[in-house]
Design a protein around this ligand. Structure first.
Ligand SMILES: [Zn+2]
Length: 279
């Protein structure tokens, strides 16, 4: 018997005429699929609580090893409605969900990934609302003194908020990679320990000239390993205090993209055949 927990809907698909199969990230049981009977009928007891990214208190009925426990209760804790109404935020949240489904094995309890997703959705929603306000008021909303905000200040506010918004996926991805055992190795050459600033995504590591073989590589700046470590290790409640320069944020985004696209894609494919994450 699984029992009660908190869940965030990652994905859902229709099943039969009126039923749904949901994929949840739960606080206690990790990623779990669940079967919801007739939620698409009017007056369903689930109300509107099964939309993507809704955070609910849920009850799952079934044996611990059941592949498809039954959802018997779902009460909304956080609706994330404003997040679903903004197409960019919705796409970003969808990428979060897809990465979790790709990197986290099913049924493996991962309370820290749950906390991370909840943080990412909440922060994304508030930054999206703040950015929307700045756009609609020409910057006045973000200024302490609404009447005194000039046009250049509005542009600066808009750019800053957009960069803060873009910082959220960088934090989410860096931490998710650490929590799932796919963190890149950035402390010198992974083979001999010599200093190196060349990252080999297929190795997931820095390698020096003597140890490197052929394959795609990416040169990183001296500042990247430090900020990457801070992103992975700082407490979430303080993490928005980290303010990388525009250049460093752009580098961070590119680095994570390359690591995920050229390194992890290959590793995850092989993990399906039983090798599992590196840790
Ligand atoms: Zn080396």
């Amino acid at each position: 018997m699984l029992g009660r927990t908190e869940g965030i809907v990652l994905r859902s698909r229709p099943f039969g005429e009126a039923d749904l199969i949901l994929e949840y990230l739960t606080r206690d049981f990790g990623v779990r699929s669940a079967f919801a009977k007739s939620p698409r009928k009017i007056k369903s007891r689930f109300g509107g609580s099964l939309e993507p990214f809704i955070h609910s208190r849920i009850s799952l009925l079934g044996r611990e090893d059941a592949s498809l426990p039954k959802l018997t209760q779902s009460d909304i804790m956080t609706s994330f409605q404003p997040l679903r109404e903004d197409i960019k935020a919705l796409l970003q949240a969808t990428e979060f969900a897809e990465l979790i489904l790709k990197l986290l094995p099913e049924r493996e309890p991962a309370p820290r990934v749950f906390e991370l997703l909840l943080w990412a959705l909440s922060t994304l929603q508030s930054m999206t609302m703040l950015h929307g306000m700045i756009m609609s008021t020409g910057g006045a909303a973000a200024g302490a003194n609404a009447s005194g905000v000039t046009a250049p200040a509005a542009v600066k506010n808009e750019r800053e908020t957009r960069e803060r918004w873009q910082f959220i996926p960088a934090v989410f991805k860096a931490r998710l990679l650490s929590l799932t055992g796919y963190a890149p190795s950035l402390r010198g050459c992974a083979r001999c320990g010599a200093g190196s600033r060349v990252f080999y995504p297929r190795e997931g590591a820095l390698l020096c000239g003597a140890c490197a073989r052929s394959g795609p590589s990416l040169e990183i700046s001296a500042a990247l390993p430090g900020i990457y470590r801070n992103l992975s290790e700082w407490p979430l409640e303080k993490i928005m205090r980290i303010r990388p320069s525009s250049g460093l944020l752009a580098e961070l985004k590119k680095f994570i993209h390359v690591h995920l696209a050229e390194g992890i894609a290959v590793t995850v494919k092989s993990a399906k055949f039983g090798h599992g994450p590196a840790e």
